[in-house]
Design a protein around this ligand. Structure first.
Ligand SMILES: C[S@@+](CC[C@H](N)C(=O)[O-])C[C@H]1O[C@@H](n2cnc3c(N)ncnc32)[C@H](O)[C@@H]1O
Length: 174
């Protein structure tokens, strides 16, 4: 996305990232001006995320916190893992997580729960033929409660956009 516009969007925002992997998206959000970022993934990923946060301390100061969070535990909604109150969250980042058939429902439950107080969800995925049924399933799950707006290619950064990459903003309507 456009960096200047994103800095304005993210300025002083509170962000939670799900299935963060390396933590790149959350760390980048903090570098662009978010004031508090919680990056989460399964326990195995916590050391890598922590290392990446430490390596980028000069960019993000102490704004990024790392936590383990499994969508499948307690059906995706477990306040214990969240050091951020749900009504304070501005953005939820979900990058390339429409990937696992066994947990798409729990991922949806988590997103629905965390965005119930007004947070916007920035959801991205890559086209993969074998994952299309899963992507369709996810969009069926969100259909009743969310609006989904795809960010058009011309609004994405020219160096990073690609026809097989999609970025949606999801927002709860009810
Ligand atoms: C394809 S990777 C994407 C990683 C990162 N978001 C990115 O864009 O590079 C999917 C991530 O989801 C995480 N994941 C899978 N199942 C999960 C679950 N039940 N709860 C939390 N995270 C999960 C994996 O550990 C992995 O880091």
């Amino acid at each position: 996305m456009d960096i200047k516009r994103d800095q304005l969007l993210l300025y002083r925002s509170v962000v939670v990232e799900l299935g963060a992997g390396t933590g790149f998206c959350g760390i980048y959000a903090a570098a662009l001006g978010s004031r508090r970022v919680l990056i989460t993934d399964l326990p195995d990923c916590v050391p890598l995320m922590a290392r990446n946060v430490a390596l980028n301390r000069h960019l993000v100061a102490d704004k990024v916190v790392v936590a383990e969070f499994d969508w499948c535990q307690t059906n995706g909604t477990d306040q214990r893992f969240f050091t951020v109150p749900i009504d304070a969250i501005d953005y939820i980042l979900v990058s390339d997580c429409l990937y696992y058939e066994q947990s798409v429902q729990q991922l949806y439950n988590t997103i629905e729960w965390l965005s119930s107080k007004g947070a916007s969800v920035l959801l991205s995925y890559e086209d993969r033929e074998d994952k299309q049924p899963l992507i369709d399933q996810f969009f069926t799950l969100i259909a009743d409660k969310f609006t989904a707006t795809e960010i058009q290619s011309h609004d994405l950064h020219p160096d990073y956009r690609s026809p097989d990459l999609h970025l949606f903003v999801l927002k709860q309507t009810v």
